[in-house]
Design a protein around this ligand. Structure first.
Ligand code: 28F
Length: 638
């Protein structure tokens, strides 16, 4: 291909300087040159298609990833205008792809520039950061094409054929001298495009990944918009209101779209967007939503005598318990604040969202009394639980303050009162508790056997935690309160050691306690006070030699090679109760010989994640986790 000699006019020089700036400091434009920055390239291009859709001219967007990480994005919009500007001789198409931030004011006629990560740096950044970019436009009966290399025009806009269709197609290969990796992560892109389809009602976005043998693909189009979004978010949860509450209204030039659906969980899931940007830090739109929600539900409760005259108002947190909601507003001049520029600052939007929602939500509740009643019943029990939790916290605080007189009955305390030298073993079951009590060193070792029904902290509100007969003894024994009241300086033991069996029940109690400490006594973990005891898995006995204890399967194999297998007895310990006090001391409690694992925040977070997965409402992820891990299970005792 003949070398294209470009005549650089003044403005072309300025263009090159702009794109050079992008190549020098790409992080300023796309956040980073990691895979996240790589994904921003695709978001920038797709945002231009979404702008064309918001302007009402594009219905389909297709994203394709081919071998070598070549990306193609295509829309069926009007096609970027190709006529040359009378003064500059430069077409809009060339401007969009060579002038920084040009896309901003050109984003379709809707005027709401939607944006990927850093709020619309424009397609020219993609051009600057790509080894090559090829743009094909169909409009005005023709097919037009232009191409670039690292921002420099290699093929000026040329008509290459006829067409009776319209649209824009961009194909590009990111520059591997800029990015740490060119490997796009399909799942990340798919998740973002599903979100964009939810946020742009009726727009069809399809994606396909042809890099592997088996292609991956997805096709999103949601006529229900945010209503479909909340239904998707709640797909594995038990709903309180099958029909989501749906509000859609333009207030002046601010379109507001809201969907709400309650579930029987205790968590609050509210997602807010401005011009399709996920405002993780919230802002004025979210503020308006929360104020309206609290006001409308309290008004309804009073008007329908669900709340009596003397009853206190429901608090916002009571009303938001179990809520899944998505709020999306479009603002012409959005002001973004916050650490990651994902907090909406426009103060006028609070009132706009409030007034749109006040009327529409009040009307919905009047027209759907069964939904109103179901939600309010849950709010009222949440308010009661909050009150009970406050009282229980008060009680625990008082009990803790009263010190020893309220120590749990089953606690075999140690004589020393120097917390840093003392340790408490939390043991599952009375039999293990018995041998631990006999085997221990009373001076510095306390034993607390646990019993009673396993509490699922995932599905229990704070009041149940405080009053649960399995966990309250732990709270009192540790002696430092829980939750917001937890005071690490008050702990009675320098080491809190979980000693559970090496079986499924042991794993359950271990995960429960780690989740409990992570959620209600986090400083205990951060401060490194929580440990896991390591009882032996096997005992090898042979005449004439002392017993050998093995703590892992590998250790067993290794020892058997030394000792040999003839005349050897191997006992697999199923539970701590199978060891007599001396053995338990020898193998698991003697500080000179034992193995303790210090629990880190990562362990606790992993436990919390697994707990939510295994004990939460979401059935599918649980099934997937069990299927993925079943192959590792050796001793599943059903
Ligand atoms: C695969 C990437 O970039 N699609 C785009 C348009 C359509 C117009 C436009 C874009 C407005 C005046 C400059 C067409 N006709 N897909 C895309 N589709 N930009 S980007 O306009 C750009 C500016 O000239 C468009 C009438 N108005 C706007």
């Amino acid at each position: 291909m003949e070398k294209y000699e470009h005549k650089y006019g003044a403005d072309q020089i300025q263009v090159l300087e702009g794109l050079e700036a992008v190549r020098k400091r790409p992080g300023m434009y796309i956040g980073s040159v990691s895979v996240r920055g790589l994904h921003h390239l695709v978001y920038e291009i797709v945002d231009n298609c979404v702008d064309e859709a918001l302007a009402g001219y594009c219905n389909n967007i297709h994203i394709k990833i081919e071998k070598g990480n070549i990306v193609t994005v295509e829309d069926d919009g009007r096609g970027i205008p190709v006529d040359k500007h009378k003064k500059t001789g430069i077409s809009a198409a060339e401007t969009v792809y060579t002038v920084l931030h040009a896309g901003g004011k050109f984003g379709g006629d809707s005027g709401y520039k939607v944006s990927g990560g850093l709020h619309g740096v424009g397609a020219s950044v993609v051009n600057a950061l790509s080894e090559w970019t090829e743009v094909t436009i169909q409009r005005d009966g023709g097919i037009f094409q232009m191409a670039f290399e690292r921002g420099k025009t290699t093929k000026p806009l040329t008509r290459i054929g006829d067409s009776n269709k319209t649209g824009t197609k961009v194909k590009f290969l990111a520059d591997n001298t800029i990015f740490e990796t060119l490997e796009y992560e399909y799942e990340v892109l798919e998740k973002r495009f599903r979100e964009m389809a939810f946020l742009t009602k009726g727009l069809r976005i399809s994606i396909e990944d042809l890099r592997e043998e088996t292609p991956k693909k997805a096709d999103f189009c949601f006529e229900g918009g945010l209503k479909s979004f909340v239904e998707f978010l709640n797909k594995n949860k038990e709903k309180l209101n099958t029909q989501p509450i749906y509000i859609e209204k333009n207030s002046g030039d601010v379109p507001v779209e809201i969907a709400i659906q309650y579930t029987n969980s205790y968590s609050e899931n509210i997602y807010s967007f401005v011009n399709n940007i996920n405002t993780i830090e919230g802002g004025t739109h979210l503020e308006g939503f929360k104020r309206s929600l609290t006001k409308v539900f309290n008004d309804y409760a009073r008007n329908h005598n669900i709340l009596k005259e003397k009853d206190a108002n429901l608090q916002g947190e009571d009303i938001r318990e179990g809520i899944t909601a998505v709020i999306s507003v479009k603002v012409k001049e959005p002001q973004f604040e916050g650490q990651t520029k994902t907090k909406l600052g426009n103060s006028e939007v609070t009132g706009i969202v409030q007034s749109v929602m006040n009327d529409a939500l009040a009307t919905f509740l009047e027209e759907n009394p069964s939904v109103a009643k179901a939600v309010l019943e849950k709010c009222i029990s949440a308010a009661r639980a909050r009150e009970a939790a406050r009282k229980a916290r008060e009680l625990v605080r008082r009990k803790t303050a009263l010190e020893s007189s309220t120590l749990p009955g089953k606690l075999a305390d140690c004589s020393s009162k120097q917390a840093e030298e003392c340790e408490i073993y939390i043991v599952e079951g009375d039999s293990a508790g018995g041998s631990a009590k006999q085997g221990r060193d009373r001076k510095f070792q306390a034993i607390l056997p646990l019993w009673g029904k396993m509490l699922n902290v995932e599905k229990s509100r704070a009041d149940k935690i405080y009053n649960n007969d399995k966990l309250q003894p732990v709270i009192l024994a540790v002696g430092a309160g829980i939750g917001a009241d937890f005071d690490i300086t008050k702990i009675r033991y320098g080491k809190v050691i979980i000693m559970a069996d090496a079986d499924v029940d042991g794993a359950h109690i271990r995960t429960l306690l780690l989740t409990f400490f992570f959620r209600y006594m986090r400083p205990l973990i951060e401060n490194g006070n929580v440990y896991l005891a390591q009882p032996p898995l096997y005992k090898i006995s042979k005449k004439g030699i002392p017993d050998v204890y093995c703590y892992t399967d590998e250790e067993l194999e290794k020892n058997l090679q030394e000792i040999g297998r003839d005349g050897v007895g191997i006992q697999r310990y199923k539970g701590l109760g199978e060891m007599n006090p001396e053995q338990l001391w020898d193998t698991t409690m003697d500080p000179e010989k034992r193995i303790l694992i210090k629990v880190t925040m990562e362990d606790a977070m992993k436990a919390d994640e697994i707990f939510t997965l295994l004990m939460g409402d979401d059935v599918n992820p649980r099934r997937k986790f069990i299927e993925d891990n079943a192959k590792y299970v050796k001793n599943l005792d059903i």
